[in-house]
Design a protein around this ligand. Structure first.
Ligand SMILES: Nc1ncnc2c1ncn2[C@@H]1O[C@H](COP(=O)(O)OP(=O)(O)OP(=O)(O)O)[C@@H](O)[C@H]1O
Ligand SMILES: [Mg+2]
Length: 253
C-alpha cells in the first residue's frame, strides 16, 4: 500500500481567549490518499478551517502531528515549512486573497518568484496557467477589473504556480453565484482527474457533490461513520430534499 499523501494523527488545537483555552479540534485523525477528492463539511465553528490551516502548515496543532508527503510538519523549521508549502500545496480562499496592486499575471507569478523559478520559464508557465483557467486575455487586468469568478480562477492559477500535488480550498465558491461556483468546481474536478489531490471545505451540498469522499465534522471532531464514498451520501440527501440546504442540520443545538 502506498503512504497517504496527507496523514493527520490525533490533532488537538486550542486557542487561548484570555485565560481560557477554547478547543477548536479535539482529536482528529485522517488519512488522504494521493489523487483523493475530499470535501469537509460541518456546522460553523466545527473546526474545518482550523483543520485545513493545520494541514496547510499555516497553523500549528497543540498536540498530534501532520505528515505531508512523508514530511512531519511539526519537525520542520520555519524555512523548511515555507519551502514545503510552496512546493506541495496550493491554497484557494473564499475571498480570493489576490494582491490588489498586481495584475493577474503578476499574481500568478508571485509564488514562482518565491520558488526562484527563472524568468523565461516563469513567463511561459504563467501564460499557460492563465490559459488553463480560461483567462489568457485578462493577464494584464488587476483584480478590481475582474469578476468574482475570474478572480477565483486567477487564484486557482496562482495556487497551481509551482505545480503542487495538493490543492486546498476553504469555501472557495462561497462568494460566487451558483453557476460560477459550478464552473470553478468543474475546473477543480479536471485538476483532480489530472492527478492533483484536492481537499476542500464547503457549506453547499451541491458543491460537495463534486467530491469523491465526504467528511463531516462536528465540535472539533470527525463524525463517526463519515469518510464514506460520496455517491450514496449527498446525492440521496439532495434528491430526497432539494430545499434542504443544510446537510448538517441539528448540529448547532
Ligand atoms: N484565531 C482564533 N482565536 C480563537 N478562537 C478561534 C480562532 N480561530 C478559530 N477559533 C475557534 O475555533 C473553533 C473552530 O473554528 P473554525 O474557524 O475552524 O470553524 P469552521 O468550521 O471553519 O467554521 P465556519 O464554517 O464558520 O468557517 C471556533 O469555536 C472558533 O471560535
Ligand atoms: Mg471556516
Amino acid at each position: 500500500m502506498t503512504e497517504p499523501i496527507i496523514s493527520v494523527d490525533n490533532i488537538h488545537k486550542s486557542y487561548l481567549m484570555g485565560k481560557e483555552a477554547v478547543p477548536a479540534l479535539r482529536g482528529v485523525s485522517l488519512e488522504i490518499e494521493k489523487g483523493d477528492f475530499v470535501c469537509l463539511m460541518g456546522p460553523s465553528g466545527s473546526g474545518k478551517t482550523t483543520l485545513l490551516n493545520i494541514i496547510g502548515g499555516l497553523d500549528e496543532p497543540s498536540r498530534g502531528h501532520v505528515i505531508i508527503d512523508g514530511e512531519n510538519l511539526v519537525a520542520l523549521s520555519e524555512n523548511e515549512l515555507a519551502i514545503l508549502r510552496l512546493q506541495k500545496m496550493g491554497f484557494i480562499f473564499q475571498n480570493y486573497n489576490l494582491l490588489a496592486n498586481f495584475t493577474a499575471e503578476e499574481n500568478v507569478e508571485a509564488p514562482m518568484i518565491l520558488a526562484k523559478v527563472g524568468h523565461k520559464e516563469r513567463k511561459e508557465r504563467t501564460l499557460s496557467l492563465l490559459e488553463k483557467v480560461g483567462l489568457a486575455d485578462r493577464a494584464h487586468h488587476y483584480p478590481g477589473e475582474l469578476s468574482g469568478g475570474q478572480q477565483q480562477r486567477v487564484a486557482i492559477a496562482r495556487a497551481l504556480a509551482n505545480d503542487p500535488p495538493i490543492l486546498i480550498g476553504d469555501e472557495m465558491t462561497g462568494d460566487l453565484d451558483s453557476e460560477t461556483g459550478f464552473a470553478i468546481m468543474q475546473l477543480v474536478t479536471t485538476l483532480n482527474a489530472e492527478g492533483t489531490t484536492v481537499v476542500f471545505v464547503t457549506h453547499d451540498p451541491r458543491m460537495a457533490d463534486f467530491a469523491q469522499r465526504l467528511i463531516h465534522m462536528q465540535d472539533g471532531k470527525i463524525d463517526n461513520g463519515s469518510g464514506v464514498e460520496n455517491t450514496a451520501v449527498s446525492a440521496n440527501e439532495d434528491a430526497a430534499n432539494p430545499d434542504n440546504q443544510k446537510t448538517d442540520s441539528g448540529a448547532d443545538k
